[in-house]
Write a protein that binds this ligand. Sequence first.
Ligand code: GDP
Length: 453
Amino acid sequence: SMFEGLSGRLSGVFDKLTRRSSLTEADVDEAMREVRVALLDADVALPVVKRFIAQVKEEAIGQQVIRSVTPGQMVVKIVHDALVAMLAGDGDAEPDPMMLGIDIAHTPPVPILMVGLQGSGKTTSSAKIGLRIKTRERKKVLLASLDVYRPAAQQQLAILGEQTGIDTLPIVVGQMPVAIAERAMKEARAGGYDVVILDTAGRLHIDEVLMAEVAAVRELVRPHETLLVTDAMTGQDAVTIASEFNEKVGITGIVLTRVDGDSRGGAALSMRAVTGVPVKLMGIGEKMEDLDAFHPQRVAGRILDMGDIVSLVEKAAQTIELEDAERMAKRMAEGKFDLEDLLAQLRQIKRMGDVKGLLGMMPGISKMQRQMAETQIDDKMIPRQEAIILSMTLKERRTPEIIKASRKKRIAAGSGTTIPEVNRLLKQHEQMATVMKRLKKLGGRKGLMNMLK
Ligand code: GDP
């Protein structure tokens, strides 16, 4: 069948149901049982699975089912979007495509501390990151191994350094990690290096002594980036590993290795959810070039274990946009635009990620773009504006004229905003509604579309 695995099972769940316009709690509950199995299959840690399911359930119940998709497909889309959101983290800055989100914009030499369990791919990732910084940023990089416990660990890094043309700190037999770190920083200052990558000793399990040693190195060099390297194959342990390292050492990013393998990548979700620290990079092979920015979409697709799901979801998303656009065009043709319409539009903007995206999507909207821009739709304001509208009664949303001063005060308080903000939103709506009315005068839907072309 075309939809195996999770989406197949979900379709099964919903095939039994008669079509309805919104998702009920029973629908969602049944679907979530399947989602739970899929997440556990993908090695997402149990506490994270529970939290995720609870969150998605709340989001899904009562959601409108788009005309052209099944409720099962609708749930898949909601689950997928929630996975991407959790993996990406809301507050994360867009990663710099060159530096992949690694922060080296500080007074040189900038130390980067690499931590993780033995065999996670720490040494390999250190060299890969070094190579990236050297070639893309044209920075002078020094690699130093602090692993004095595993035989030949320092030699391994030296070999990778030779392969990539990156300098490595000369080995001094018998020197301990903190002393090596000190020497590395000294050497870096003397040699005019921009970045020093410190590859710490791997551990087989969480080991208090080694952890304390990494913490001591961190105290000494005060890195801006401390990257935890973990194998994508890591299962239920991911939560323990990530939270231990985060508590004892403090991490600023996660490097997920062996994403090229057949793991489904649940570890990424577990670690992200538990630490709140972003996954910044992924290792996608053994070669030095096999390093990539973290792609939440790709990993979410893998966790759901369905190539088809992603395209299905994308199709569903397009459908939503089309239906919204159609509805919007119809309302516009009627010259109508109330606060419910504005709310729908704000949500659409949020979903699309930017104002231009929305405007570009609406048929021939380019001529209106300027007018819209003048009304100052600002992405950062959107959640606040949404809150304002949600604090109004339905009647107020349909007929904003009835909103008096006392209600504005309540609406501002209810939405955690201010009265000037409420006024600004009402003003903005008024301007947009005027545009809509004016457009209608220019001659119905057909005339409108012609005019907008
Ligand atoms: P360390 O003990 O944490 O320093 O791990 P190493 O860097 O020595 O890596 C252990 C093994 O994993 C080596 O054979 C690497 O080539 C391999 N490795 C590291 N990263 C990746 C990756 O992203 N993909 C694949 N396929 N192999 C990797």
